[in-house]
Design a protein around this ligand. Structure first.
Ligand code: XIL
Length: 364
């Protein structure tokens, strides 16, 4: 006879009570979404177009309470041509998340990278016009349909040598160091209800010029924004854990506490693992990845303000790191294994690591 743990029953009942479709469950009926919900965390994942074409992959999203747009809300998708908007992909994800009763996190209004080519060479005045027009057009369209905006993505890049460690790019050119504040203030003026997030990479590592430089810069910016009364609800720490870089998970946990003290929610916003430097053997690699994820998340979740964990996809099959691996190594004899499910949509030790870290968090 199958036995159920008390926690498993509670989590399964939470799911049924939420009216969610029967999630892809473990033997005791729990999913990452219900496990997370039990300890005051929202679990989600980034969704690309594959959720409409691969039913086995879409079924995995029953684990989630939130979907983040992988690319559908980026300027390169919404406004590939200057002044010409294409909302089709974004609208499709709005419909999907509404139909599934999930929170929609629209990533991202502004990024210094990955921008449409037509931005290059615009005058400062033109860039300022594009910036304001993009907010007014896009945010007004999705008011009430997008619950969370990643307003600004990756404002810092110390290697660019700009003041304050800011990344060079069209928006820094347009408004200088105030570009981030300006973005949040204008978005809030268009949609006062959406929760507005600032998203940054690298903060999980101790690499010189990366995490070591970006963490203090981000902490200062968040403090300045909060002290200026900017409606900053949360900070996303991407957490693309690179096993080839130095890291100290306890230090990361302490950094989450510092951010929390500034009065923001914290999201582990793009969790996956760059395993490029790990051994080929899959069992060995999977265990090393799972160990790092569990230790990292356990530390992060020790700060109550960490209330959102979002993986950057759910299956290795569609990870963005495949493209990066191909570009950097030009080989297919092995593929990255960054996510909770493998290419065949089977659970991996990484799934257990995320579940374990969530379960180890003291209950709310
Ligand atoms: C990536 C997407 O996953 C890819 O599909 C796209 O081609 C490039 O961008 N940090 C971020 C995300 O904030 O927006 C990036 O997503 C991954 C790195």
């Amino acid at each position: 006879m199958q036995t159920f743990s008390r926690r498993g029953v509670i989590e399964a009942l939470a799911t049924l009570a939420a009216g969610a479709a029967a999630p892809r469950a473990m033997a005791d009926g729990s999913t990452l979404g219900t496990i997370a919900q039990g300890v005051g965390v929202t679990f989600g994942s980034a969704a690309g177009g594959q959720i409409y074409t691969d039913t086995a992959y879409e079924k995995l999203f029953a684990e989630t309470k939130l979907v983040a747009s992988e690319w559908q809300f980026k300027m390169s998708s919404l406004q590939a041509q200057k002044g010409v908007y294409d909302f089709w992909n974004a609208d499709q994800l709005v419909d999907y998340s509404a139909r599934k009763g999930k929170t929609l996190k629209a990533h991202c209004l502004f990024w210094q990278a990955n921008n449409p080519a037509w931005l290059t060479g615009l005058s400062t005045a033109d860039l300022q016009y594009v910036f304001d027009k993009h907010i007014d057009t896009v945010v007004s369209r999705y008011a009430g349909k997008v619950q969370i905006w990643d307003v600004v993505n990756e404002p810092f890049w110390p290697a660019d040598g700009q003041p304050g460690g800011f990344g060079a790019g069209p928006w820094f050119q347009a408004f200088g160091q105030d570009w981030v504040k300006r973005a949040f203030q204008r978005v809030a003026a268009v949609d006062a209800k959406a929760r507005l997030y600032l998203n940054e990479s690298q903060c999980d590592n101790n690499a010189a010029g990366l995490g070591v430089a970006i963490r203090p810069a981000l902490l200062k910016l968040v403090g300045d924004l909060k002290h200026s009364g900017v409606p900053l609800a949360g900070v996303g720490l991407e957490s693309h854990l690179d096993m080839g870089l130095p890291y100290d998970d306890a230090q990361f946990g302490a950094y989450c506490a510092q951010l929390s003290n500034l009065g923001v929610s914290i999201a582990i916003s793009e969790l996956d693992v760059r395993d490029f430097t790990l051994p080929d053997a899959i069992a060995t690699r999977d265990k090393m990845i799972a160990d790092r994820v569990q230790k990292f998340l356990t530390q992060a979740l020790s700060t109550r303000a960490v209330d959102q964990v979002v993986t950057w996809g759910l299956s290795d099959k569609y990870s963005w790191l495949k493209g990066l691996w191909q570009t950097q190594r030009g080989t297919t004899f092995r593929q990255p294994r960054p996510l909770p499910y493998d290419d065949q949509m089977q659970k991996k030790p990484c799934w257990n690591a995320i579940a374990g870290a969530l379960r180890s968090r003291p209950r709310a």
